[in-house]
Write a protein that binds this ligand. Structure first.
Ligand code: G3H
Ligand code: 13P
Ligand code: ZN
Length: 333
């Protein structure tokens, strides 16, 4: 058993309380490799932004949970080396799908876990979430739960259709489970294809797809039921068109990829939404930068020469999100 406190990590309790009060959101960035982690830590150290490092089941399968945990521990030291005196870094299990997985992360030094039982019937979601909360809280590890279903397909997270969170259920759910934060469904979705072209309209000037707006009325109703309770948005990548264009211009094929407009995330960040999950945008930045190097220098074969530019572009992306979308810069001086 290793406590996250020994590793210099923090849980989400204080982060979220401050974020709700201050009208900003904490970035929750997924990482699967060294370059992503370096870019996240550099961006957060430079902007003095608290951050949640997320490890998904797919990331564990790809990179190994032990390695990822030590990398997160190293991230705290790296942050200090970069001049960030008091780094506020949370290590979080993204989309945990069983009690055993959540327990193993708690025991291994994670400071926060998500138990995603949103696909189960309501009472089963409550029972599993409660079991995880009871275990995690013994070690001061915070727990994110989910009510409602997001649409979208990724490696380990998939559902064909979304079901908005029912505001009339949230008080009962939060009270009976004791969860620390609640991921809700209000129209965001995972991946780079958040909406089908049929769900969107087209901007007559640019021909680009314009996605349907998030259901802010559902968010408002949830906040009315649970005043001051930390709310989480998954599937919040914006799918920047510049990256999609870079990818498509260099032989890639991402037709009609579309995300959540940043304007809507900015609005959400000012509310009780205090954690915003971004993964796909980082994947797009990485891919766009690597493709550009290969297109311009077909003879390149030193991975540092294409992973380096990818890291730079991701750092730029993370800083942009922190400063211009979430407003978390300067909140972890
Ligand atoms: O919400 C899912 C995250 O983007 C992680 O995706 O399971 O493909 O690692 P993944
Ligand atoms: P995106 O696919 O929109 O980046 O969402 C990531 C996420 O929700 C991770 O849990
Ligand atoms: Zn998610």
């Amino acid at each position: 058993m290793v406590s996250f406190k020994e590793l210099g990590l923090v849980n989400t309790r204080e982060m979220f309380a401050k974020a709700i009060k201050g009208g900003y959101a904490i970035p929750a960035f997924n990482f699967n490799n060294m370059e992503q982690l370096q870019a996240i830590v550099k961006a957060c150290a430079e902007t003095k932004s608290p951050v949640i490092l997320q490890v998904s089941k797919g990331a564990r399968n790809y990179a190994n949970q032990t390695l990822l945990r030590y990398m997160a521990q190293g991230a705290v030291e790296y942050a200090k080396e970069l001049g960030w005196e008091h780094p506020q870094i949370c290590l979080h299990l993204d989309h945990g799908d069983s009690f055993e997985l959540c327990k193993s992360c708690v025991d291994f030094g994670f400071s926060s876990v998500m138990i995603d039982a949103s696909h189960l019937p309501y009472e089963e979601n409550i029972a599993l979430t409660k079991k995880v909360v009871e275990y995690a809280h013994q070690y001061d590890v915070t727990v994110e739960a989910e009510l409602g279903v997001l649409a979208g397909v990724e490696d380990e997270v998939s559902s064909a259709v979304s079901h908005y969170t029912k505001p009339e259920e949230v008080v009962d759910f939060a009270t009976r489970t004791g969860c620390d934060s609640l991921a809700i469904s209000i129209g965001t979705s995972h991946g780079a294809y958040k909406f089908t072209p049929e769900q969107c309209t087209r901007d007559p000037k640019t021909g680009k797809l314009v996605p349907p707006p998030l259901a802010f009325d559902v968010l408002d109703a949830i906040m009315e039921q649970l005043p001051g309770f930390p709310i989480v948005l998954h599937g919040s990548s914006s799918v920047p068109q510049e990256y999609v264009d870079m990818i498509n211009a260099t032989g890639g094929k991402l037709p009609d990829a579309v995300g959540i407009p940043e304007e809507q995330l900015r609005k959400a960040a000012k509310s009780a939404v205090c954690k915003i999950n971004i993964d796909s945008d980082s994947r797009l930045a990485f891919t766009a930068a690597v493709r550009k190097v290969f297109a311009e220098k077909p003879g390149e074969f030193d991975p540092r020469k294409y992973c380096g530019p990818a890291r730079d572009l991701m750092e730029e992306l993370y800083k942009h999100k922190i400063i211009n979308v979430l407003g978390s810069n300067g909140k972890a001086e």
